[in-house]
Write a protein that binds this ligand. Structure first.
Ligand code: BGC
Length: 757
C-alpha cells in the first residue's frame, strides 16, 4: 500500500514536471505522448539514453551466476545499483528458472520500479518483458493454452483473439507490460523445433491468426488494465531454416521473402503493432541483426514501422562469435545499432551500453541514431501505461485463471485436435470398453504443454498444475477407473515397457497409444531424425501384433514421420501441443462427447526426404517418370476428419471474368450428410494457371468455420478481388497478371478470367 502511494506521488510529480499543468494538455493523446517523449529526451544524458536501449535478463540483477539454478530469487544490491541505477537499464525481461505467482511478480517488479523511481535522476520506469506465448505461461496458476499451432488448427481467429485477451489480462495481473508475442513466423520447414510456436506453413492463415492475437493482446490501448504491448517476432524468414535446425541459415529470394514471410508483419504493423523482435539467423548470409536493408530500408522506411526494433536474446554476441561478420563486440554493437536496431537484449551485463556510449563519443555512431531509438522506446513506454501505474494492484484482477478462462482453454483444445484416420469408424469409443492406455505422452502434463511452460524448456514436472488431467487421468474420468489399464512408458527415446504394454493389451478391447516428443524450446528442440524415436515406433508395431485395435494419439510440436506405423493404427488423432486442458479434450473426443473439427495447418510429410508445403510449385511434384504426380504427403494441409460427413455442391461464380477493380462473389453449398452435428472449415483455394514466376499449385484465400446439424445445408459466400490474385514478381513487386485462375472449395472447382487494363 505504501508503495502504491509512493508511485502515485511520483506519477503526479512526473506529470507535473513534463506537462506543467492539466490545462495545457493537448486533446490528442498521441500528441501528448509525443510531447512527453520530446520533453523527456531533451533532459537525458547520452548515458541515460543508451541505458534505455539495454534489455537485461532478470538473473542479471540476482545473486548467483546468471544461469545458476536457484530455489529463491534474491536481488544482489551491487548488481542492482550498477545495472539499474548507474547504467539505467530500460528493460528487464524473463524469469529466474521457475514461475512466479502474480503476488511474487508484483514483489520483484515492484522492487525494480521502486528502485528506478527513487534512485534514478529522471525516474523512467523500467518496462518488463516476457514470453507469454501460450497464456501467461511463466505465471504460476495462469491459464496455459494450447500452443499457436493448435490455434491455427482451429481455423477460428476469434479463438486466437479470446486466448490472447485472457493472456494479456493474466500477464498484466503479473505487473508485466510487454509480451514477446505474437509469433508471426511462417513454418516453412516441417521439422523446425519452433513449428509449434507458429500458426503453420501458410501466410494467409498466419495473417488472420496473428492479427487476431495482436488485437487480443494489445487492443486499441495497450495501457488498458487488461492489455499489454505486443511484439511481433521474428523478423524475418526465421521459419525457413535450410535444414530445419533452429537459427540455421535461410536462403531465399527477396520475392519469396516478401510474398511468404513479410505479409503477417506488414498487416500487424498496419493494425498498430508497436514492437518487433528480429530473427537470430542469417538470410542469404547476412545476419538480421546487422542488416541495414532489412531493419531500416524495409521495416522502418518501406513499411513505415514506427515502433521499437528489439534484438533477440544474445544475438549481438553471435554477430562476432558465430556469424563472423565483425571481429569483436564493439564492432557488433556498432553494426547492430547502425542497421537500425533500437533495443538490445544483451541479457547478462552492461557491456553493450559501455560500447555504445564509447562509439557515440568517438563519433562512430551518430547521436541522431540514438535519439531515434530512444524516442521509440519512450513512446512504447508511454503507450504501455507504465508511467501511470508501474505496479498495478492485484485487486484489479479478480478474474485471474477464472472458470470462464479455463473453459475457453478447454474449448480451444477441443476445436484444434485433428482426426487424421478413423478406420471403420472405430472412434468414438463406447464408454464400457476396456482400454489400455500407454505410450510416453500418456501420463505427462509436460508433454501436453511442450516448451515455454512454467519454465523455458517446459520439462520440469515440479511446476505442473496438479489439478489438470493427463491423458490417462482424463480417460479414466470418461471411462471409469475399472475400465482403464495403464502401462507406463519409461522414456521417449530409449526405454519403453513394451512387454508390459503387450501383456496388459490382452485384457483390453482397445489400445490408446500416446506417442510424443520431449518438451523442449528453440535449439534444444532440434532433431537429428524426423521420424518418431525408434522405440516408440516399435511400441506400435508390437501392440498391433496383439490383434487389438490401436488408437494412435500424437502429441507433438511438429509433424514426425509415422509412415511405417500409420497402417498399424486404426485411428490417428493429432493433438499437437494442446495445453493444460489437452488431456480432457482428447478424452472427450475419444469417447464422442466432442466431434473433432481441427484441420492440419501444415503439410504432414510422409518421407524425410520429401518436404513440401501445400503451396509448392508443380516442379516439386515431378516424379521419376517426369510427370507432376509425385505429391504424396502423409496428410495434406487443411486435412481433418469428423465423426460426421460433409458434402460440397453448387459452386457458383457470379461472373466468369473480372477486371482489376471488380469483386468476384463465390457461393458454395455445404451439407452435413452424416448423423451427428459437426463443424467444418470451408476453405477457398485459388490457382493461377500461368504466371511469370512459376506459380504455386494453389493458395488459401479465404476460410470460414461452420456448424451444421445432421441434414442441414448452408450456403457460404466468399468475395475476392484482384488483390487476392497478386503475387510478388521477379522485380519484387506485387502484381496480378492477366489470365485464367482456378478456384477450388472442397471438391468443387471453377475457372474465371482476370483482365488487367
Ligand atoms: C527467442 C525469443 C524470445 C527471447 C526471450 C530468444 O531466444 O528466440 O523468441 O522472445 O529468447 O526469451
Amino acid at each position: 500500500m505504501r508503495n502504491r502511494q509512493l508511485y502515485s506521488i511520483l506519477f503526479l510529480f512526473i506529470s507535473f514536471f513534463f506537462l506543467s499543468c492539466e490545462s495545457n494538455i493537448p486533446n490528442d493523446r498521441e500528441q501528448i505522448i509525443n510531447d512527453r517523449v520530446d520533453s523527456l529526451i531533451a533532459l537525458m544524458t547520452l548515458e541515460e539514453k543508451v541505458g534505455q536501449m539495454l534489455n537485461l535478463g532478470l538473473p542479471a540483477l540476482l545473486q548467483g551466476e546468471f544461469y545458476s539454478v536457484r530455489d529463491t530469487l534474491i536481488f544482489d544490491t551491487s548488481k542492482v545499483n550498477k545495472l539499474l541505477i548507474k547504467y539505467g537499464a530500460g528493460c528487464i525481461q524473463n524469469l529466474g528458472n521457475f514461475p512466479l505467482t502474480p503476488q511474487q511478480w508484483r514483489y520483484y517488479i515492484g522492487y525494480i520500479q521502486q528502485t528506478v523511481l527513487e534512485k534514478t535522476r529522471l525516474k523512467i520506469p523500467v518496462i518488463y518483458g516476457i514470453d507469454a506465448v501460450h497464456g501467461a505461461n511463466y505465471t504460476a496458476g495462469s491459464v496455459m493454452f494450447p500452443h499457436n499451432i493448435n490455434l491455427a488448427a482451429t481455423f477460428e481467429p476469434e479463438l486466437a483473439y479470446r486466448a490472447a485477451e485472457i493472456t494479456a489480462y493474466e500477464v498484466k495481473a503479473s505487473c508485466i507490460f510487454w509480451n514477446y508475442s505474437p509469433v508471426l513466423d511462417i513454418a516453412r520447414h516441417s521439422f523446425w523445433g519452433r513449428v509449434y510456436e507458429t500458426f503453420g506453413e501458410d501466410t494467409y492463415l498466419t495473417r488472420q491468426m496473428g492479427v487476431a492475437q495482436l488485437k487480443g493482446l494489445q487492443g486499441e490501448d495497450p495501457s488498458a488494465k487488461n492489455k499489454v504491448l505486443a511484439c511481433g517476432k521474428h523478423f524475418l524468414g526465421y521459419g525457413a531454416p535450410l535444414n530445419g535446425k533452429d537459427r540455421f541459415p535461410v536462403i531465399v529470394t527477396e520475392y519469396m521473402l516478401r510474398q511468404i514471410h513479410l505479409p503477417p508483419f506488414q498487416e500487424a504493423i498496419e493494425e498498430g503493432l508497436l514492437s518487433i523482435m528480429l530473427s537470430g539467423g542469417t538470410i542469404n548470409g547476412i545476419p538480421s541483426h546487422a542488416d541495414h536493408f532489412l531493419v531500416t530500408d524495409l521495416l522502418k522506411e518501406e513499411l513505415g514501422f514506427k515502433g521499437v526494433v528489439l534484438a533477440d536474446w544474445g544475438e549481438l554476441d553471435i554477430l562476432y562469435r558465430i556469424h563472423k561478420v565483425v571481429s569483436d563486440e564493439r564492432e557488433a554493437v556498432k553494426d547492430c545499432i547502425l542497421s537500425g536496431v533500437d533495443m538490445v537484449m544483451e541479457p547478462y551485463d552492461e557491456s553493450f551500453a559501455v560500447h555504445l556510449t564509447d562509439l557515440v563519443n568517438d563519433g562512430e555512431v551518430p547521436v541522431s541514431r540514438i535519439d531515434d531509438a530512444v524516442k521509440r522506446i519512450l513512446y512504447l513506454k508511454y503507450k504501455s501505461g507504465v508511467f501511470e501505474d508501474p505496479v498495478p494492484g492485484l485487486d484489479l484482477y479478480p478474474d485471474f485463471a477464472s472458470e470462464e478462462s479455463n473453459a475457453m482453454n478447454l474449448q480451444i483444445a477441443r476445436e484444434s485436435i485433428t482426426l487424421l484416420k478413423n478406420k471403420d469408424h472405430i472412434l468414438p469409443l463406447k464408454k464400457d470398453l476396456k482400454v489400455l492406455v500407454t505410450g510416453p505422452a500418456s501420463s505427462s502434463l509436460n508433454c501436453l504443454n511442450g516448451g515455454w511452460s512454467r519454465t523455458w524448456s517446459g520439462e520440469d514436472t515440479l511446476y505442473n498444475d496438479t489439478e489438470k488431467f493427463t491423458i490417462l487421468e482424463a480417460i479414466k474420468n470418461q471411462a471409469g477407473n475399472s475400465n482403464v489399464f495403464f502401462s507406463r512408458a519409461v522414456d521417449y527415446d530409449h526405454e519403453i515397457n513394451i512387454d508390459d504394454a503387450c501383456r496388459k493389451a490382452a485384457f483390453a478391447d482397445v489400445i490408446i497409444a500416446c506417442l510424443g516428443e520431449k518438451p523442449a524450446a528453440e535449439k534444444f528442440n532440434d532433431i537429428e531424425d524426423p521420424a518418431l524415436p525408434g522405440i516408440q515406433l516399435k511400441l506400435i508395431e508390437k501392440l498391433s501384433k496383439t490383434g487389438k485395435p490401436v488408437i494412435l494419439l500424437l502429441i507433438e510440436g511438429r509433424p514426425r514421420i509415422i509412415r511405417e506405423i500409420e497402417p498399424w493404427a486404426d485411428a490417428v488423432l493429432m493433438a499437437y501441443l494442446p495445453g493444460n486442458e489437452g488431456g480432457t479434450a482428447l478424452a472427450e473426443i475419444l469417447f464422442g462427447e466432442f466431434n473433432p473439427c481441427g484441420k492440419l495447418p501444415y503439410t504432414y510429410p510422409r518421407y524425410c526426404g520429401s518436404l513440401w508445403t501445400y503451396d509448392h510449385t508443380l516442379l516439386e511434384e515431378r516424379n521419376m517418370d517426369f510427370n507432376p504426380d509425385g505429391f504424396s504427403p502423409q496428410y495434406e494441409f487443411g486435412y481433418g476428419l469428423s465423426y460426421t460427413s460433409f458434402q460440397y455442391s453448387d459452386l457458383v461464380l457470379h461472373r466468369d471474368s473480372i477486371g482489376t477493380d471488380d469483386e468476384l462473389t463465390i457461393e458454395v453449398k455445404v451439407s452435413n450428410t452424416g448423423t451427428r452435428a459437426g463443424k467444418e472449415v470451408v476453405m477457398l483455394f485459388v490457382s493461377d494457371e500461368v504466371a511469370s514466376v512459376s506459380p504455386p499449385v494453389k493458395k488459401l484465400k479465404r476460410f470460414e468455420k461452420i456448424d451444421l446439424y445432421p441434414g442441414q445445408t448452408q450456403k457460404i459466400i466468399f468475395k475476392i478481388d484482384s488483390n487476392d490474385l497478386q503475387f510478388v514478381n521477379s522485380e519484387n513487386k506485387w502484381i496480378a497478371e492477366e489470365g485464367y485462375f482456378t478456384l477450388q472449395i472442397g471438391d468443387q472447382k471453377a475457372r474465371f478470367y482476370l483482365s488487367v487494363n
